[in-house]
Design a protein around this ligand. Structure first.
Ligand code: GLC
Length: 531
């Protein structure tokens, strides 16, 4: 951590998917006491903060993203006392705790929705988005649910439709209603007072919808076989101009407390994404930048997306980078084990706060899920399109014992292949493992302000080589990444220096005053001379 720099700028974030991290009570599902046991691992890894996917009471139809009580803990995960103990233990080990805030929708089992649907006159009716049919049985407009089908559900009892951007059991709150805003702000205060260090806000760009609920236009680029949601361009249902006021209000709540962070989950192209920093940077501190998740894995493509993102950033806005999360296929399976090491070096040497997804630091693969083991509602609703998220949510592998040390009971999802090599204990004992590489990278980033805070300067993107410099107060490091599998070489005659780290972990100290030969899928970090 650096003085005068907020922790969320210089720090490294780590996403924990609580169901799958560590099960302490043997029911096959991870829990808070389990996370507490594993905090030393996160500290050793060099993380500065953990973000927990939702842990609140929930019917678990979307595994916690369908909340029925915003200020409790689901018994599956533990109790409020366990939560307080977790915050205390984390803080004691120098780790911040970030919670998932899901303000766009609740569960249909939330008391607010139960009231809202009970009658048209109920005071909470307007807390959700209710509309009359457009014709007999015809939904109010053509908007689609991200999880398939219409986003409108007819409610027999009161004869109106309600809007749900995701499952029908996840009705959207009406953010035009000031009472809703106040209620969620109070939820935030509840947790901030309990000591949490900030929030990752779920589907931030969905929060407010077009006042007139206009039909979304057809997407001219839709290709059959793609996710049906993409048939329309969601220009009236998401990313509305008014959303920025909503975000600024969330930020103001966070600012009532010291040193907290507001992160937004937003899937939008860079020019739209960066608007979520807000006017005068009074919006999200970190609108999540997911561009690496869908990156074409070649030097020019990666260089372009870095440059486009850097160029789009408003003055003074702090960047961030993400390689994976609980909604997208794992990096090791997207680009292969060898390139996943290069990706780790990229993530931890770019300018901007990195977020690690649990298990990526040991190269966990995307697991194949047999049809009878599918749990994800997205896959269940739309089977066969490759949307399933179970494969990236499998239990963390701590060791090579039965169930990988995750649980003594039968895990809620299978562990997936290659447990012997891909587990934290085996890798901690192997100085060349993926885990050792991650630890070396986080240690360098923590020790070197040029990596944590320095400017980014592109150097080269030719063939399979991507090179850039990070610079801070005259100190410079050069990063050279071979994103191909064939050997290649970099002309370093203008870049005399010494190798600090190779992804192969065997070249420390080597001089770089002429050509640097790189093996296939090798990346190196070079401390430049004069630095
Ligand atoms: C976000 C979450 C995802 C969830 C969806 C609906 O995209 O990351 O897991 O299904 O919101 O809440």
């Amino acid at each position: 951590m650096y003085e005068n720099t907020p922790w969320w700028k210089s720090g490294i974030l780590y996403q924990v998917y609580p169901r799958s991290f560590q099960d302490a009570n043997g029911d096959g599902i991870g829990d808070l006491p389990g996370i507490i046991e594993r905090l030393p691992y996160l500290a050793d890894l060099g993380a500065d903060a953990l973000w927990l996917s939702p842990i609140f009471p929930s019917p678990m139809e979307d595994f916690g993203y369908d909340i029925s009580d915003y200020t409790g803990i689901d018994p599956l995960f533990g109790t409020l006392e366990d939560f307080d103990a977790l915050v205390k233990a984390a803080h004691g080990q120098g780790l911040k705790v970030i919670l998932d805030l899901v303000p766009n929708h609740t569960s249909d089992q939330h008391p607010w929705f139960i009231e809202s649907r009970s009658s048209r006159e109920n005071p909470k009716r307007d807390w959700y988005i209710w509309r009359d049919e457009r014709g007999e049985g015809v939904p109010p407009n053509n908007w689609l649910s991200e999880f398939g089908g219409s986003s409108w559900e007819f409610d027999q009892a009161t004869g109106q439709f309600y809007y749900h951007a995701f499952l029908r059991s996840q009705p959207d709150l009406n953010w035009r209603n000031p009472q809703v805003r106040k209620a969620i702000h109070d939820v935030m205060r509840f947790w901030l007072r309990r000591g949490v260090d900030g929030f990752r806000v779920d589907v931030m760009w969905h929060l407010i919808k077009d006042e007139q609920l206009r039909d979304n236009p057809a997407n001219p680029d839709y290709v059959p076989g793609q996710q049906p949601y993409q048939q329309l361009l969601p220009i009236y249902s998401t990313d509305r101009p008014e959303v920025h006021d909503v975000v600024a209000e969330l930020r103001r709540v966070v600012e009532e407390f010291n040193d907290r962070v507001l992160i937004g989950e937003i899937y939008l192209p860079p020019e739209k994404l960066v608007a979520y920093y807000g006017q005068n940077l009074a919006g999200a501190h970190l609108p999540f930048n997911f561009s690496l998740i869908s990156a074409p894995w070649n030097a020019q493509g990666i260089a372009r997306l870095i440059n486009d993102y850097e160029a789009a950033l408003p003055r003074g806005a702090w960047p961030n980078w993400v390689l994976g999360n609980h909604d997208r296929p794992r990096i090791a399976s997207r680009i292969g084990d060898d390139q996943a090491r290069v990706a780790a070096m990229l993530l931890l040497t770019l300018r901007g706060t990195p977020t690690l997804y649990y298990g990526d630091e040991i190269g966990m693969p995307q697991a194949e899920i047999a049809p009878d083991q599918v749990r994800d509602p997205w896959e269940r609703n739309l089977p066969g399109l490759g949307l399933g998220r179970d494969g990236c949510r499998t239990p963390m592998r701590w060791d090579s014992t039965r169930h990988g040390g995750f649980s003594t009971g039968e895990p809620w999802l299978p562990l997936g292949p290659n447990l012997t090599l891909c587990n934290a204990t085996a890798q901690a004992d192997n100085p060349a493992s993926m885990l050792s590489l991650y630890c070396a990278l986080t240690a360098l980033r923590r020790a070197m302000p040029e990596l944590a805070l320095g400017d980014y300067k592109p150097v080269e993107a030719t063939g399979d080589l991507l090179a850039y410099v990070r610079e801070y107060r005259g100190q410079r490091v050069l990063i050279i990444l071979n994103v191909g599998c064939a050997p290649d070489s970099f002309d370093a005659s203008r870049w005399p220096g010494r190798i600090l780290l190779s992804t192969f972990m065997d070249r420390e100290g080597e001089l770089t005053d002429s050509t640097v030969a790189l093996r296939g899928s090798e990346g190196v970090i070079v401390r430049l001379q004069g630095a």
